[in-house]
Design a protein around this ligand. Structure first.
Ligand code: FAD
Length: 275
């Protein structure tokens, strides 16, 4: 069975949080997701907001999973937060290095997701399922694809149970990544991150930053419809639905939707797939 999960970011205002939990999670929850995950702002900037969103989702009866990154926090601060998550019933954590907050100067790699996985395993044993990020199209910080896979393998050996990919629109990037993982004996489930396209400027800007490729044929079509958000959304739904169909045929274990706190486009993709 293909499982699904949905990603949210923590809203800034109380009212938006209530809408997210009651309306967006309410709608998407009907698809019986594995969980809703909640992102963690670069450098720990949403520590409280992520916690509050996770606890509100749990309070409403949903399974919620926080993202956690190292930022500038000490091991003690991180472990205190994780203990609070354990106390409210969290069973799983998306474990990341995280991005450097904008304005903080050039990116430095002072620590990585591998060290966070190690820290959590050391202090919490098997209390949580630990998910890590995977980059079928290669992380922008990596010198090459092989080095990138070395670092991915280190996260898995440190104790990651499963991975979620950065989004991509070319299924072969994922299939090639999986093949290279399997050749090294890495056999954890790798769930596919799906980014519905709803706005031209945002998808172009975000993809450039994340190192996600928008294939030329797609970019040309998107450019031609860039001032028509409805056309962009329909095209994005069609592309993502076909991508998911291809991957289901290839036996993908599941999809993780980057919902951007909206349910419409994600729901239409799921309806197309009959999931
Ligand atoms: P790592 O796996 O530690 O490293 C990323 C890359 O850096 C590696 O692929 C490797 O090429 C290189 N690298 C790793 N270790 C070393 C080393 N020791 N020396 C040299 N190079 C090294 N960001 C947020 O801020 N908040 C979120 O909630 C969030 N959620 C995400 C969820 C998913 C599913 C994904 C795919 C990404 C998410 N991100 C989030 C973005 C993520 O934080 C960035 O991609 C970040 O730049 C890398 O984080 P990571 O955990 O993959 O890092």
């Amino acid at each position: 069975m293909t499982r699904v999960s949905f990603e949210f970011f923590p809203p800034r205002e109380e009212k938006s949080l209530a809408t997210l939990v009651d309306n967006v999670a309410g709608h998407l929850g009907q698809n019986k997701p594995e969980y809703f995950s909640v992102t963690y702002g670069a450098g720990g900037s949403t520590r409280d907001g992520t916690f509050e969103t996770v606890s509100k989702l749990i309070g409403a009866g949903f399974d919620a999973t926080p993202h956690l990154s190292i930022g500038a926090d000490s091991d003690e601060t991180i472990c205190d937060l994780v203990k609070r998550y354990k106390d409210i019933g969290v069973k799983r954590i998306v474990t990341l290095r995280g991005d450097v907050p904008s304005g903080a100067g050039a990116p430095r790699i002072t620590s990585n997701a591998e060290s966070l996985v190690t820290l959590l395993r050391k202090n919490f044993d098997d209390a949580f399922e630990l998910l890590v990020a995977a980059y079928p199209e290669v992380h922008p910080d990596a010198a090459n694809a092989n080095d990138d896979l070395d670092f991915f393998e280190r996260k898995v050996k440190a104790g990651a149970d499963a991975a979620i990919t950065q989004y991509f629109y070319n299924p072969y990037a994922y299939l090639d990544f999986l093949e290279r993982c399997r050749a090294r004996g890495i056999d954890i489930p790798v769930y596919v991150g799906i980014m519905p396209i709803t706005n031209f400027d945002s998808i172009v800007r975000f993809s450039a930053k994340a190192g996600a490729d928008i294939p030329r044929w797609m970019l040309k079509k998107l450019e031609a419809m860039q001032h028509d958000d409805r056309a962009i959304r329909d095209f994005g739904i069609e592309v993502c639905s076909r991508l998911c169909e291809d991957l289901i045929q290839q036996g993908v274990p599941g999809f993780h939707f980057y919902t951007l706190n909206r349910w419409g486009a994600t729901q239409r993709i799921l309806d197309n797939l009959g999931l």
